[in-house]
Every structure is written in structure tokens, then in C-alpha cells.
Design a binder for this molecule. Structure first.
Ligand SMILES: NC(=O)c1ccc[n+]([C@@H]2O[C@H](COP(=O)([O-])OP(=O)(O)OC[C@H]3O[C@@H](n4cnc5c(N)ncnc54)[C@H](OP(=O)(O)O)[C@@H]3O)[C@@H](O)[C@H]2O)c1
Length: 221
């Protein structure tokens, strides 16, 4: 796939590495061209540094790997309001949460994913990759600092089934298992989970120990 990544920070580096290792063509665009170039050079694998606008044109998927409060600026920079991302799967991994507390900073009932959908008309927004720390995806599957990839389920929400399928493939390519929770009308729930995890972790509890082991039902085709 041709993948565009907006942002040059920790998550952009980790997924950029994972996807380029999996054989995808990855282009990185940041508000700082210098940072984009440094990251592309560090990742190797033919990863390119491009202007933000170029990172979203003609892509099979775009990852919006910027801080939640930089989303509006970045989408403005690429001209998303002109419909440039129309029909493109746009992955939203953002966490608008108070650091160390986990309270969501979006208005009650609001979500980042829906805000992004409003800022990028026509884009097929998929919430994904917001829960696991970036280093989960950085190293070879099985050798990462995080959970064994075979046990990592990436819960996703989105309104477009084709986009969910594309993002599901990208989850598999970094060793995870994609799971669709529902459409964007359930995305607030997914965003709240990040706050739950962060809140418990900073309070000194293992969030995994706060979730019951419930047997999964068989998936029916
Ligand atoms: N790191 C993780 O473990 C992790 C895991 C799951 C989800 N996430 C989410 O993924 C997103 C990126 O996280 P990160 O850890 O990669 O953050 P990061 O290392 O701090 O990088 C943030 C990126 O956002 C850009 N940015 C910030 N404000 C901007 C603005 N106003 N306009 C344009 N670009 C702006 C930064 O550009 P400059 O460098 O030029 O400032 C940088 O490229 C966040 O929303 C985070 O919640 C992160």
C-alpha cells in the first residue's frame, strides 16, 4: 500500500518502521520538513519525506500521528477541508486525555474521531492504534518491548467497511489482531478506554488486572 503519515514523533516512527518493514511505501509529512527528513533517513526502507499535502494525495491510507491539539492545524496544512482526503482511510490514533489523569478533554459526548471527520470531509475515519504504546509496533513482531503481538487486539471504530478492512490489514502487518467494535457512533467509548487505562496506570494499578477474563463468543461469518 501507499501510506501517508502526518507527524514525525514517536508513533509516526514506530508505525512507519513497522509498515515499511512489511513492504509498504511510506511517506512522512510533518510541519517541520527537517524532522520529516531526519525520520525518513532513520527509518530507511525507502521511506520518503514529503510535504504534508503530498503525504495525503493518492494514498491507500493516511495516519494522523499528531498531538490531539495539533490535529486542526495539521489538517489545515494539508488542505483537508477542500476534500483532499475524500474516500481515503484516515487513521485516528489520538488521545485527547489529561496527562496522568486520563480525563477526556473533548466535550461530553464528543470524540476526536468525529472532530477529525468534520475537519476532513469525505475521509473515511477509522479510530485505531490509540491504546497501545508506540513501542509495541516498533520492533520485529515478537521482539517488541510490549505485549506479545499474538495477544494484541487493536479495537477499531469506523463508518466505512472498506476503510476498516484496509486498516485491519495494516494492524495485521505490525502483528496485531484487528477487532471492529462498531461505527463512529461508538467511538467515544473507545476513546474513554484510553482514559481508563491511563487513569489506572498512573494510580499504580495494572489496567489489565482491572478487566475480567471473559470468554469470547465464536465469530459467525
Ligand atoms: N506515543 C505513543 O505511545 C502513542 C500511542 C498511542 C497513541 N498516540 C497518539 O498519537 C499521536 C502522536 O503521538 P506521539 O507520541 O507520536 O507524539 P509526539 O512524539 O509528541 O509527536 C507529536 C507530533 O505532532 C506534531 N504536532 C504537534 N502540534 C502540532 C501542530 N499544531 N501542527 C502540526 N503538527 C503538530 C509534532 O510536530 P513537531 O515535532 O513539529 O512539534 C509531532 O510531529 C497523539 O495524538 C497521541 O495521543 C501515541
Amino acid at each position: 500500500m501507499r501510506i501517508g503519515i502526518l507527524g514525525t514523533g514517536t508513533l509516526a516512527a514506530a508505525l512507519g518502521e513497522g509498515w515499511s518493514r512489511a513492504g509498504h511505501e511510506v511517506s512522512i509529512g510533518g510541519r517541520s520538513q527537517v524532522k520529516a527528513e531526519k525520520l525518513a533517513e532513520r527509518l530507511g526502507h525507502g521511506v520518503l519525506a514529503v510535504a504534508p499535502r503530498e503525504a495525503v494525495v493518492g494514498r491507500d491510507a493516511v495516519l494522523l500521528a499528531v498531538s490531539w491539539d495539533g490535529v486542526e492545524d495539521m489538517l489545515g496544512l494539508v488542505g483537508a477541508s477542500d476534500g483532499l482526503l475524500e474516500g481515503t482511510p484516515l487513521i485516528d490514533p489520538t488521545n485527547a486525555v489529561a496527562h496522568g489523569v486520563g480525563v477526556l478533554l473533548t466535550e461530553h459526548g464528543e470524540s476526536m474521531a468525529r472532530r477529525i471527520a468534520g475537519l476532513a470531509p469525505g475521509a473515511h475515519v477509522v479510530k485505531a492504534f490509540h491504546l497501545f504504546p508506540a513501542d509495541q509496533w516498533a520492533s520485529s513482531p515478537g521482539a517488541g518491548a510490549g505485549v506479545d503481538p499474538a495477544n494484541v487486539t487493536v479495537a477499531m471504530c469506523g463508518d466505512n467497511s472498506a476503510a476498516l478492512h484496509v486498516v485491519g490489514e495494516l494492524v495485521r502487518d505490525v502483528g496485531g489482531i484487528p477487532a471492529i467494535l462498531g461505527a463512529l457512533d461508538r467511538v467515544r467509548q473507545l476513546e474513554e478506554v484510553a482514559g481508563f487505562v491511563i487513569g489506572l496506570a498512573f494510580a499504580g494499578f495494572d489496567p489489565n488486572s482491572a478487566v475480567p477474563r471473559v470468554p469470547s463468543s465464536p465469530v459467525l461469518d
